[in-house]
Design a protein around this ligand. Sequence first.
Ligand code: ATP
Length: 403
Amino acid sequence: MTAIESENGKKDPENVEKVTSYIRHLEKKIKEYEIDVNLLRNSITKVEFEVKSLRSEIERLSELPLLSGYIIDILDDINDRAIIESPPNSSFVVRISNRLKEEKIVPGLHVALNQRNYAVMEILPSNFNPFVRGMEIIDCPIDISYNDIGGLENQIQEVKEIIELPLKKPELFKKIGIEPPKGVLFYGLPGTGKTLLAKAVAHEANATFIKVVATELVQKFIGEGSQYVREIFSLARQKAPTILFIDELDAIGAIRMQDDTSGDREVNRTLMQLLSELDGFDQRGDIKFIGATNRADILDPALLRPGRFDRLVEFPIPNEKAREAIFKVHMRTLHFEENLEIKKLIALTKSATGSDIKGICTEAGMYAIRKNSEIISHEDFIKAIDKIMSKKKDDFPISDIFL
Ligand code: ATP
């Protein structure tokens, strides 16, 4: 007797119905399981993909930094090989990575190279884009003149002779037969007006102002620094007359270390390139160099030789007279109370730099705005001095004492 037969051996319609519905139920279950299996398969594929991309990210992150170089030639007879040049002036026959199978590799291309075997790993942008590299270029006229500088009369006089006059009247030097200096080194604490004076002299000499921060020269891709120096100098030539201002010069110009790490070697190569570019310029030419540093004492003497940054101009912390002049520059556009005691402000700002004084004027204005006042009071200035000066080392809040 089967499940659908009754006791007399005949098919029982009720049992038939039950078994059929049970079969339908099982078929439905099978379909549901099939859907579940498909969903799980999809999830497995997704997770596998994620694992793969995380693995390749880990690989990428643990890769050594890449060197930068240039393709000199492609060796057609040998598969995936090229001749590359990597600074300083060495050429190698190397492999081209499979990653670049689809790319067109041609001579002259700027590429990134594996540090161990120099294989070509990536194609780098070869177009020089100063904005990507954090450079500042101001075509004349710049909106800053000697009148915007307080208390640096001697420094202004020096740059007039060293930079401005040779740019404006090179024939004077030729007639007399002397070579004007090519470059000058500004040294002094941050905020003492080095960049300000460099911009002002560019304005007065009607020259393009190019500012480069030396720390930017030591790039992510080892080998890039010296290439960058070449590009900057070529830009300076194109835009001449030019003042090329190299800030934080100590970042590449500190006394040379042992070539311990690839980073040290990179810094030294960048410095060597800078020196050789400086040497390639005519002293009577229309490009002048201004280096700036907070640490003249640690600079490589090679930088200070004749024909390089051979004049030194110091930017000291301003004395009383200079502080008065700087306050006057920054108060020119301010609305302040008539009986303001400037002498008191000067006395309270003993170790302030020009940049601190500018900050004090702005901050005093902010205190007046907060009170809804249209005029800056003596008290606003005192509070601003308190705020700015107490941030400086070894200073203490002074408003309680002097108000
Ligand atoms: P850093 O070493 O940090 O580059 P710096 O010496 O180049 O500093 P600047 O950038 O020239 O300093 O100064 C910052 C700001 O401070 C200037 O834009 C200017 O507003 C003000 N300042 C500094 N010195 C003077 C000054 N002698 N007269 C008027 N303003 C000044």
